[in-house]
Design a protein around this ligand. Structure first.
Ligand SMILES: CC(C)(COP(=O)(O)OP(=O)(O)OC[C@H]1O[C@@H](n2cnc3c(N)ncnc32)[C@H](O)[C@@H]1OP(=O)(O)O)[C@@H](O)C(=O)NCCC(=O)NCCS
Length: 178
C-alpha cells in the first residue's frame, strides 16, 4: 500500500493539482438558464479546497476568495470543468488558483468562463493554525504564478490595512478635540 508523507519540507505544484466536473441541471440555474454565480463560487471553493488539502494534508479553511472574473455564462446542460493548484505557500496560508471551462456536451467545445484566486489557512481540529510545507514551482508557468501570488498577497495586505484605517476614521467621535 502506498502512502503520502504528511509533513514533508516541500511539495510540488503538480502534487496539488485537482479537478472537478459538474453537469449543470435546472436547480443550478437562473431564469435565463445560466449557472448561478453563487453555485459556481461553491464549485470553485470546493475545487480549490482539494488542492489546499493535497498540499497541507490537514484541515483547511477558506480565508479569502478574491478576484473572480465571470467571463461568460455557463448554460443549462453544459458540463463545467474546474482545475486548481496551489500557486504559493506562505507560513500557514496558501494561495490557490482555479480556472473554469464550460463544455458543450454535443460539440465538445470548451470555453474559459471564470478564474479565481483563494487563500486557505491550515488548521488542526481545534482551529489552531499549522505551518504548511513550502511549494516548489517547476515549470515557467508555475514560477510566474508563484511570483504573482506574492504580489497579490501584498495587495491584499495593503487593502486590509486601508480598510482598517477607514473603519478607525469613521468610528472616531466627530467632535473629539485634540
Ligand atoms: C482564516 C483564519 C484562520 C485566520 O486566522 P487569524 O487568527 O485571523 O490569522 P492571522 O491574521 O494571524 O493570519 C494567519 C494567516 O492567514 C492569512 N490570512 C488571514 N486572513 C486573511 C485574508 N482575509 N486573506 C488572505 N489571507 C489571510 C495571513 O496572511 C496569515 O498567513 P501566513 O501564516 O501564511 O503568513 C480565521 O480568520 C478564520 O478562522 N476565519 C474563518 C474561516 C472560515 O470559516 N471560512 C469559511 C468556511 S471554511
Amino acid at each position: 500500500m502506498s502512502s503520502i508523507e504528511t509533513n514533508p519540507a516541500a511539495r510540488t505544484v503538480a502534487s496539488t493539482q485537482s479537478e472537478m466536473t459538474e453537469l449543470i441541471l435546472p436547480n443550478d440555474t437562473n431564469v435565463l438558464g445560466h449557472l448561478l454565480g453563487g453555485r459556481l463560487m461553491h464549485f470553485i471553493d470546493l475545487t480549490a479546497a482539494m488542492a489546499a488539502y493535497r498540499h497541507a494534508r490537514t484541515y483547511v479553511v477558506t480565508a479569502a476568495m478574491d478576484h473572480i472574473d465571470f467571463i461568460r455564462p455557463v448554460r443549462l446542460g453544459d458540463l463545467v470543468n474546474l482545475k486548481s493548484s496551489v500557486n504559493r505557500a506562505f507560513s500557514t496560508s496558501m494561495e490557490v488558483g482555479v480556472k473554469v471551462w464550460a463544455e458543450n456536451t454535443r460539440t465538445g467545445e470548451l470555453q474559459h468562463v471564470a478564474s479565481a484566486y483563494l487563500v486557505f489557512v491550515a488548521v488542526d481540529k481545534q482551529g489552531h493554525r499549522l505551518k504548511v510545507p513550502e511549494l516548489l514551482p517547476e515549470t515557467p508557468n508555475e514560477h510566474r504564478r508563484y511570483a504573482d501570488a506574492l504580489l497579490r498577497r501584498e495587495h491584499r495586505e495593503a487593502e486590509a490595512a486601508r480598510r482598517k484605517q477607514e473603519k478607525l476614521a469613521h468610528s472616531a467621535p466627530k467632535d473629539a478635540k485634540a
